[in-house]
Design a protein around this ligand. Structure first.
Ligand SMILES: Cc1cc2nc3c(=O)[nH]c(=O)nc-3n(C[C@H](O)[C@H](O)[C@H](O)COP(=O)(O)OP(=O)(O)OC[C@H]3O[C@@H](n4cnc5c(N)ncnc54)[C@H](O)[C@@H]3O)c2cc1C
Length: 557
């Protein structure tokens, strides 16, 4: 299956060309750092690009100060990873091994150079992506989680980091690593904890606090004005961000939970053109995010838009859940759909502690060698069953109807039937959940016979369809009777225009859309030409008003 970036160890490194190095030198300054200089610390703003001309830089363990990787950054190589593109923070400690001469270029200047020299940008982004991939795979980073398996709050941070492709280190509560790091931060060795940097335990860690520490651009003063605000970071929103950036629009994408949307929770997308061996949704969307960042689009997450207002000028003001606001000339609604929950007693108690709505690598780890129950008869449930059967002892798929024919693609249902690790039960529903802190079992009722029985399980996946995320639109656009956004009615020029000029809708949230990754990406891509027209029309109107106003003043009006 296709994966993000290349493997750093197998990669044939393409050095920067002499002309690239000259451009960096002309834009930055040459500095010699003595042996033992700390060049970056976890949590420190990634505000400069560093190219090594002579010398060596190593990655060090923030707790012990010892070298962490055998390989180092030598002459003709450079420091940094993807966080430099979005102005985030460093995630590793770096230190010079010997006196080291480097070229340092301020981030903003570096980004301008990247847009001017695409060949240099390709080389650097390839290495940055491969480094992020290695950090994700090796689970090494300045974000350190102790006791993910035992604590719901720590697990929430793990979920946020994992779904957003932010590297983190996770160690079990009673492990020697946990004891050593807890001791170095002077905290109780048996308490679950989130540590950032080397010695800062974070009390009451939330995804918001972590995003702030990682520098994920989530604060707004209210004065910012964007050409376009894209709400939702699924395939439709990320595609819109790529095209908006490429067309030179000043774009902000706001995402509530994790970039990737529903697609980000799919372990294997097999029907997206260009990836014959399949690609995980998270990888696909991460590629899109990097591409959009390269074109200058900004991302803010976790941030939820809760309301939308129209200003006198016709521009929009979006309100976030924390009360902050941003203004934009146009809105792309790409907020998709969210999973339906089931009316089960104690469901809330077990959400995140045995009850899950997506099946990613993270949930798969929690299900290792256990019995897993999945509710649902659609493609999402089928894909989850195939994926989890690789980790779980056995998978039980519960279907409300009498067959899968009407709800699941036939290639998938025949694979499920052929998989000996998967049992499919028809005409049944879950009626009760049991457990103390964590789910321990559930009751299944056969709707034909009326008989109930108990099953011991620590993992229940609920995948029973979805409802559109449109409540934040504040009644500004027409919705159909199920809450999906109606488009193309009042403005025949664009199939994605809503009933309100300047608001466009794409992807799953749009009434009548085909609920697939490819169509969401397609719609997100093509809508930008209409957004561009709208923004430019408004700018021309403003210029004309200004000229009219000036001439009136000149005439003494
Ligand atoms: C498990 C699973 C497997 C799938 N497999 C396939 C497949 O193999 N092939 C295929 O073609 N399709 C597949 N699909 C369907 C596909 O993923 C969707 O059609 C696609 O993701 C829709 O993209 P979207 O961008 O329109 O919306 P979504 O993916 O739903 O993304 C919407 C995003 O908006 C965010 N959001 C919502 N409200 C707000 C708000 N107020 N403020 C900020 N952010 C907000 C959400 O958090 C979400 O991230 C699968 C879906 C699932 C669930």
């Amino acid at each position: 299956m296709e994966t993000i970036g290349q493997d750093l160890r197998e990669m044939i490194r393409t050095p920067l060309a002499t002309s690239h190095v000259e451009a960096l030198r002309a834009a930055g300054k040459v500095v010699t750092h003595p042996k033992g200089t700390i060049m970056a610390q976890p949590g420190e703003k990634a505000n400069r690009f560093v190219y090594v001309e002579e010398g060596e830089i190593e990655v060090v363990n923030p707790f012990t100060g010892e070298r962490q990787y055998a390989s180092t950054i030598g002459a003709n190589q450079f420091m940094g990873e993807i966080s430099l593109l979005y102005g985030g923070t460093a995630s590793l400690s770096l230190r010079t091994v010997v006196d080291t001469r480097v070229i340092e270029v301020a981030r903003e200047v570096f980004l301008t150079l990247m847009s001017q020299i695409p060949e240099m940008s390709d080389i650097i982004i390839t290495v940055f992506s491969a480094r992020r991939r290695r950090q994700l795979e090796e689970r090494r980073s300045g974000l350190y989680l102790i006791g993910e398996e035992a604590d719901r709050n720590v697990r929430r941070i793990a979920e946020f980091a994992s779904r957003n492709r932010l590297p983190y280190t996770s160690v079990p509560l009673d492990s020697p690593e946990a004891a050593a790091s807890a001791k170095s931060c002077s905290i109780d060795t048996r308490t679950p904890a989130v540590i950032f940097g080397s010695k800062i335990p974070i009390t009451d860690a939330t995804p918001d606090k972590i995003a702030r520490l990682l520098g994920l651009n989530i604060d707004f003063s209210g004065d910012e004005h964007f050409d376009v605000l894209i709400v939702g970071g699924g395939p439709a929103g990320v595609a819109a961000a790529v095209y908006a950036g490429a067309e030179g629009l000043c774009a902000l994408l706001v995402e509530d939970i994790a970039l990737g949307g529903q697609a980000g929770t799919s372990s294997r997308i097999e029907n997206y053109m260009g990836f014959p061996t399949g690609i995980s949704g998270a990888d696909l969307l991460w590629r899109g995010e990097v591409q959009a960042m390269k074109f200058g689009a900004r991302f803010a997450m976790p941030r939820r838009v809760t309301g939308l207002e129209v200003q006198e000028s016709g521009a929009f003001c979006a309100i976030f859940e924390n009360g902050q606001r941003v203004r934009a000339g146009a809105i792309v609604v790409a907020s998709g759909v969210q999973y339906r929950r089931l009316p089960l007693e104690r469901l809330v108690d077990f959400e995140g502690s045995g009850v899950y709505y997506s099946a990613t690598d993270m949930e798969a780890r929690y299900c290792k060698d256990t019995e897993v129950v999945i509710i649902g008869g659609g493609n999402s449930a089928g894909q989850a069953a195939m994926f989890l059967s690789r980790y779980a002892r056995c998978v039980r798929l519960l279907v409300r109807g009498a067959s899968l024919a009407a709800s699941m693609s036939s290639y998938l249902s025949s694979r499920l039937e052929a998989d000996r690790g998967i049992t499919i039960e028809y005409n049944c529903e879950v009626t009760a959940l049991e457990g103390e802190e964590h789910l321990e079992g559930l009751t299944i009722r056969n709707t034909e016979t009326g008989q109930s029985r108990k099953v011991v399980t620590q993992a229940l996946f609920i995948m029973v369809g979805a409802a559109p995320n449109t409540e934040w639109l504040s009644g500004l656009v027409k919705l159909d009777d199920k809450g999906f956004v109606i488009t193309g009615l009042d403005s025949p020029g664009s199939p994605f225009a809503t009933s309100h000029p300047g608001i466009f809708a794409v992807g799953d949230v749009r009434a009548g859309s085909v609920k697939r990754v490819a169509s969401a990406v397609g719609e997100g891509s093509v809508v930008i030409s209409k957004v561009w027209e709208h923004v430019n029309l408004k700018a021309t109107d403003r210029r004309n008003e200004h000229i009219d106003g000036t001439s009136r003043l000149d005439r003494g009006a």
